[in-house]
Design a protein around this ligand. Sequence first.
Ligand code: PBG
Length: 334
Amino acid sequence: MSTTAPVLDLAQRPRRNRRTQALRAAVRETSLSAQHLVLPLFVQEGTDKKDAIGAMPGCYRLSIDHIVAISKEAYEVGVAGVALFPALDDTVKSRTGDESWNPEGLLQRCVRALKKELPELLVITDVALDPYSSDGHDGYVTDEGIIDNDITVPLLCKMAVAQAEAGADMVAPSDMMDGRIGAIRKALDERGFTQVAICSYCVKYASSFYGPFREALDSAPRAGDKKTYQMDPANRTEALREGADWLMVKPGLPYLDVILAVKQATALPIAAYHVSGEYAMLKAASAQGWLNYDSCLLESLLSLRRAGASIIFTYGAIDAARLLQDKTKAAYYQ
Ligand code: PBG
């Protein structure tokens, strides 16, 4: 090609702002760091137990000792916190999920162990009946097979209070019952837990991307589906505030438009959940050599930040935090 090719008469040349790394970094609109990330973890009974989860390579059901160890790792690379989900034996499950407010229950013991070892790491607990429910639903199932909203809300309040008593920094109702945020706030405040925050899953879709998570917890509904309480994927709605401190949108990448809509409708920080199926897709494609896991993970998380998420729940939190420790890599995200 001749260097004397004719120069196009262009009013704008956006490539000038992309020419060098320094120019690109100077005009970057979005950043991603470990402090934005929360690592979801699956806890199980026992000691030194670490069971692989088929559809989530690199994720395990862990006994409390391992949960503490991996949380230390997460803390050391700057991850903001962990979100805990218990995988319980069928023998402790019941229709009303009573195990969820047992002070000696698995989750409560796990929270206490974490707060003792890593007091500064955020500990976020899930509020929903499904891990404790013999029906595998997030709410109470009547004899007629209906998920009863108003019977469920007081059960969720008891669960949240038990988690706060164990030392949780934040409770995260993922159940999608109506009116539970206000009720949980009141229940926490009445017992003096005014400083325990609520991350409301205000926009949670009835999504097929939760499949691997349900395998991890063996928590798929025994009958029916979650469409009477989780949102229709065809809809976009505004978040209800109701006293929440963070608003969660879930899943993440298929719902970027919803993150943006919620961002525009509220002043509260938004959390996005990069869910099990999104993680599984990255792992599966990279295992085939079809995608690069590291760069696609960081790009996915950056996209969630660009859409408006302050915080991201992701199974790749430690992987991402480690990658961002590498100064040359981090230079593209900060
Ligand atoms: C249940 C709950 C689910 C997830 C978080 N909390 C699954 C469901 O609603 O069935 C999914 C998270 C993921 O897929 O990573 N309360």
